[in-house]
Design a protein around this ligand. Sequence first.
Ligand code: PMV
Length: 346
Amino acid sequence: MERKLEINKLIDLGYKCISIEAPSNIALIKYWGKKLGQIPMNPSVSYTLNSCKTTFSLYYKKTDVSYENEFYFDGVFAPEFAAKTFKLIETISSDFSELGKYHLILNSTNSFPHSSGIASSASSMCALSSCLLNLLGKSDDLNLISHYARLGSGSAARSVFGGVVTWGASSLVENSSDLFATKLNEEIHSDMKNICDTIVIIHDGVKEVSSTMGHSLMENHPFRDVRILNANNRFKELIEAMKLGDFSSWGKIIEAEALELHAMMMTSNPSYILLKPKTLDVLETVRNIRKEHSVDLYFTLDAGPNVHLLYPEKQKSQVLKLIKENITGLKLINDKTGPGPRVLKC
Ligand code: PMV
């Protein structure tokens, strides 16, 4: 029998609650490969999303007795999904021992369906880090929240900020760091601050290969050095294009980056292929749409078969019509650039 979260009972028992909703993000320059301590091999850039989110509700009570923390998913007790959550709690507790004085009960829900194939690690680790640091009275320290979100899942570091975000030390971005993400909005051309992202769901289900495994295969990858060089060059070129509002260069860079991410997977040892035949159909369709209509529609990919279609908000009505006419029989999720995490009422 399912064990359900009984919120009223917890409140009666004196538990208090913090609830935070955090967004996912889509990387344009990919974080792929890391060094010890969750340090990225290269700087990355992403847009924070608006609709694809995870909400974490944290019920907490000070106690002298040692109880095991509990994890619920969609209100149902789910210890099988708790590993990353408990690991991050442990990491933060080792720096802030007062966290150990609380009994913690966590409930996580996603705005997108569990089986949609959209990775939730960025939004969930960002929401969790935000909740725990809020409990520790550090809710204003976004760099610290980003630092711990990163330790939960690298890409989660970027979800702490809204808009265009970078992560990874670079001489091109002031205050950038390998330890936390940095918001880039001020320097970005106004047309590029807000873009649309229509996600084409090619395959729903759990990822066949975890990103942890993908990162580790970069260590001895035959193209490791050239990958680092390319990512750094594209990072520079992308920031230039984003300052200028140059969509054509922007699009070329992000498509090359998406294909290189998958090329790394295909040429690693062991090799693996996450793209499906329908993924390639969609990529070809995007390029055909561009050839036939002068629109700024470009694709990027995560570590999976689904395709993110990126285009300027100004072209939304025309591009969305073209997408719906040309990409049929597949589920579409329409998202766009959004703000960082938000505290909700419990
Ligand atoms: O944060 P992780 O360990 O799930 O890695 C994310 C990797 C990519 O999504 C492929 C790229 C990125 O920068 O988000």
